[in-house]
Design a protein around this ligand. Sequence first.
Ligand code: PMP
Length: 353
Amino acid sequence: MSRFFSSKYSNLEAYVPGEQPKNMKYIKLNTNESPFPPSQGALEAARLEAGRLQLYSDPECTVLTEKAAEVFGVSKECVLMTNGSDEILNFAFMAFCDKEHPIVFPDITYGFYPVFAELNGIPYKEIPLKDDFSVDYKDYVSVNKNIVIANPNAPTGMALPLWQIEEIVKSNPDNVVIIDEAYVDFGGESAICLTEKYDNLLVTGTFSKSRSLAGARLGFGIGNKSLICDLNTIKYSTNPYNINRMTMAVGCAVLDDNEYYMNNCKTIIENREYTVKNLQAMGFYVLPSVANFVFAKHPEISGEELYLKLKERGILIRHFTKEKIKDFNRITIGTKDMMDEFLLNVSEIIKER
Ligand code: PMP
């Protein structure tokens, strides 16, 4: 730390992203990316737009916002496109939370939430998951604080049904409820349909997982237009050109090719069920996931040992050191070939012991 670093950040523990190896020798099952490349239309859009990079991007993100509104079935005033969903989440923490408006979220969830809270000086409370690692929606009913819930949750992959989300939103009318739907396309129920009815609901989403654009950085928020207006105030006060031209063009092409991406999700779901079955056959306890990853532990091998042994063999999965989940690993679902390679190596590692 330099002697110039503001004391307001001196205790900040930054978010630690999953490993991004510089070579491609690993089978990457550690950061929930799609194993499928962007569609041809998306590649062509990127190529064409690259020739216009001397110009700023459209700060209003007009064409992409209109397309997204159409695909998600809302009006364009209810959508804000951002640089990944991390950006809309940070905007929401900045816009709606402060010392008088603290936030609550599960104790086991996306590791960025406490970082956004710390970064912005927002008091927060972590609510323990139930023993089966599910979120108990009753813990959030009438809690009278701002709320953020990843649904499906990460790293568990478990989801709340829409009616429970509605109970949470309905019972906290004077607080903002953020539902982070980064993984919804792999089997969850989206709450976007509730955003017209409730002015305190913000749904966030990303093109990083189901739409193969993790490297392009594209996310969004959908909510009542007054919430979106506040979020725009934050955007124009931090980075008006938050989405670069290539990503904007690629995002439009991706929405035009929606069927390709939704079919890829179906394949991932099949591969997930295949992986779960095979892990269970090897003695793993696997949480019931509706995401593009599974969270699993084995009675005989520690989470850390399995992670390290797989890494030696060129396969990356994600291990977390937090006490409550240190026996587990989070395994991203890839192609069938990737999962076969993973399963073969896991079975060899177990046999070797
Ligand atoms: N929410 C959750 C629950 C996530 O796991 C992630 C991915 N790390 C994000 C949001 C952010 O994804 P991105 O910024 O790539 O849209």
